[in-house]
Write a protein that binds this ligand. Structure first.
Ligand code: HEC
Length: 97
């Protein structure tokens, strides 16, 4: 009986994790929309993220973090994301048509 409950909890936990991961990148990307436009398609002077090359995107995030690329606000944002999250964001925005 105990074992069944443990297994059920494990299964629920795993399923929850999978759907949370799929939602994750969308939630993260939504944080960028305020400045970079919906789906990373900027309407103003801030550069668009949509369709940016994945490698370029990841490099910019690294350079913002280290300060190698001077920025007004992006260093603060970039520091909030792990390398793994930056890679997901890069893939996400690179895929936007
Ligand atoms: C408060 C506004 C703001 C938010 C929010 C924001 N950015 Fe930016 N972003 C900028 C500005 C402004 C620049 C231009 C560089 C600079 O001055 O900081 C920029 C530049 C960039 C660049 C370089 C683009 C290029 O063409 O070189 C990338 C990549 C980027 N942002 C990613 C992101 C990601 C990913 C998020 C969300 C996690 C995000 N930004 C959220 C304002 C913002």
């Amino acid at each position: 009986m105990k074992q069944t409950i443990v297994l059920a909890l494990l299964a629920a936990g795993t399923l929850g994790m999978v759907s949370a991961q799929a939602a994750d990148v969308r939630v993260m990307a939504a944080n960028c929309a305020y400045c970079h436009g919906p789906d990373g398609k900027s309407q103003g002077p801030i550069p668009s993220l949509a369709g940016l090359d994945k490698g370029y995107f990841i490099q910019q995030m690294k350079d913002f973090k280290s300060g190698e690329r001077p920025s007004v606000v992006m260093q603060k944002h970039a520091l909030g994301y792990t390398e793994e999250e930056c890679r997901k964001l890069a893939e996400w925005f690179a895929a936007v048509k």
